[in-house]
Design a protein around this ligand. Structure first.
Ligand code: VL7
Length: 134
């Protein structure tokens, strides 16, 4: 049985989001707003199909993918760069590699106790986010 990420999740901690945004080239004014946000994630998982909706008072982001199937990601409303993204299982972790202009870009989701973890990577920066069930 794969891990079940289904649910509504609220951000409770956000370590080095600033460094991650700088690595993505997000401008100062946008970073100032973005780091105040407490985004919510709604994850719908059906077998190997995922729908992840990240919402906030400032911007929303929708990501849909199937495990093992590379897709074009446009990162619209984030850094707006396009990349090729591929999500795979690594044991019980959901690992995404985002191939494009930025080196070492990607993210990993996993569950730890009742918490949802998300590590966001870009170049030499790592942002660590923790979410709790709404
Ligand atoms: C998405 C933000 C910083 C621009 C706005 C911040 C709005 C709310 O990719 C992500 O999640 C994956 C895994 O769950 C699924 O898409 C994280 C947040 C990264 C990057 C760029 C700042 C402006 C945040 C949408």
């Amino acid at each position: 049985m794969p891990v079940d990420f289904n649910g509504t999740w609220n951000l409770v901690s956000n370590d080095n989001f600033e460094g991650y945004m700088v690595a993505l080239g997000i401008d100062f004014a946008t970073r100032k707003i973005a780091k105040m946000l407490k985004p919510q994630k709604v994850i719908k998982q059906d077998g190997d199909s995922f729908h992840i909706h990240t919402t906030s008072t400032f911007r929303d982001y929708v990501l849909q993918f199937k495990i093992g199937q590379e897709f074009e990601e446009d990162n619209k409303g984030l850094d707006n760069r396009k990349c090729k993204s591929l999500v795979t299982w690594e044991n019980d972790k959901l690992v995404c590699v985002q191939t494009g202009e930025k080196k070492n870009r990607g993210w990993t989701h996993w569950l730890e106790g009742d918490d949802l973890h998300l590590e966001l990577r870009c170049e030499n920066q790592v942002c660590r986010q923790v979410f709790k069930r709404a």
